[in-house]
Design a protein around this ligand. Structure first.
Ligand code: NAP
Ligand code: ZN
Ligand code: ZN
Length: 361
């Protein structure tokens, strides 16, 4: 049954069924205000009034087509926090007025082994990304830099009352992308964990690893943000621009999580692991990286990757962050400053997540 109710409400003279949004019209073109279509609210859909949308470095990689095969015009944004404005007749999890979030995925096959294990991010048929993808009906998806979005309730998260929506928005990507590997590789008491890069993901990684009870070290290019890193929960802070860091910390860590958006010299960082340690890469640089396999073999080390997290784990992360009082450190901006924010992120000049006030879109 595919009963449909009304279309998204529209504002600011958007055509029927369209909502205001900010889009990159073509690869590397500045983002500009436009309108995009949203599907009518279906049986299991919720219509969300978006209040805040975080800016992830992945938005920049994709809006500038750094990963290739981008679909334009592109409305980025996969750190969405808002309020339910309408529910389809079959919706059971949410009611109008609920505080909700949407992350990087809006659908998946739901039947493969990964989906059934709650690992929708690793769906073998490919999950449907929140933007820069085609949905199951072949229509392009448009992300969170917009006023409203229609999402299946199965891919909608509940934002706990203890978290305000603005600081919760970045958790939907930066939070889960760091929580998932920290949990999977057992960051906790007695574990020495290093976080490489103190940006949007990195600052959440520090907060979360600290809350999990690990001993946390930040490895940043410089000591410029040291005070912040220690305030966020790091026990130690080192500059990777200083060669002495790699000598001093040789063999020091059980787990290293790299959030760096550029290619990292993995061999150097693998040298910082203990025997059996793991370097988990979550950064998504646009160029390939090189590796000397001896960096792994000689101390049985692991080099792994990790992508966001499943829906159930994302809810677990939101509940964990609420229980520990963890939100993102944000700089709230109007939509007219998106292009400027992109340049500042590329210059590592972000403390620590830009969040768009959707009322300005
Ligand atoms: P971000 O806010 O720009 O943070 C990245 C940090 O990396 C910077 O703040 C900087 O930290 C460090 N860095 C940047 N360029 C560097 C370089 N050339 N050498 C060494 N360090 C450098 O970005 P983000 O939003 O956290 O995203 C980080 C990366 O993760 C991006 O590539 C993004 O696409 C990817 N990502 C992956 C997933 C996933 O599922 N795996 C999810 C979200 C994002 P310092 O100033 O402290 O050195
Ligand atoms: Zn992201
Ligand atoms: Zn699947």
């Amino acid at each position: 049954m595919t009963a449909q109710t009304t279309s998204p409400t529209t504002t600011r003279n958007a055509p029927a069924g369209h909502v205001p949004a900010y889009a990159a019209p073509a690869a590397s073109a500045p983002l500009e205000r436009t309108t995009v279509p949203r599907r009518p609210v279906g049986e299991h859909d919720v219509l969300i009034d978006i209040k805040y949308a975080g800016i992830c470095h992945s938005d920049i990689h994709q809006a500038r087509d750094g990963w290739g095969e981008g679909i334009f015009p592109m409305v980025p944004g996969h750190e969405i926090a808002g309020v339910v404005a309408e529910v389809g007749p079959g919706v059971t999890k949410f009611r109008v007025g609920d505080r909700v979030g949407v992350g990087c995925m809006v659908d998946s096959c739901r039947t493969c082994d990964a989906c059934r294990a709650g690992l929708e991010q690793y769906c073998v048929k490919g999950n449907v990304q929140t933007y820069n993808a085609l949905d199951k009906s072949g229509e392009p998806t448009y992300g969170g830099y917009s006023r409203q979005i229609v999402v299946d309730e199965a891919f909608t998260l509940r934002i706990p009352d203890g978290l305000s929506l603005d600081v919760a928005a970045p958790l939907l990507c930066a939070g889960i992308t760091t929580y998932s590997p920290l949990a999977h590789w057992n960051a906790g008491p007695g574990k020495k964990v290093a976080i490489v890069g103190l940006g949007g993901l990195g600052h959440m990684a520090v907060k979360i690893a600290h809350a999990m009870g690990a001993e946390v070290t930040v490895l940043s290019q410089t000591l410029r943000k040291k005070d912040d890193g220690l305030r966020l929960g790091a026990d130690h802070y080192y500059a990777t621009g200083d060669d002495a860091t790699f000598e001093q910390l040789a063999g020091a860590f059980d787990l290293i999580v790299s959030t760096v958006s550029a290619p990292l010299p993995f061999d150097r960082y693998l040298g910082l692991l203990k025997t059996d340690g793991a370097l988990v890469n979550v950064g998504a640089p646009e160029e390939p990286v090189s590796l000397n396999v001896f960096s792994l073999m000689l101390q049985r080390k692991t080099l792994a990757g990790s992508a966001i997290g499943g829906i159930a784990e994302t809810q677990e992360m939101l509940d964990f962050c609420a229980a520990h009082g963890l939100g993102a450190e944000i700089e709230l901006i109007g939509a007219d400053r998106i292009n400027e924010a992109y340049e500042r992120i590329l210059a590592s000049d972000v403390r620590y997540r830009f969040v768009i006030d959707a009322a300005t879109i």
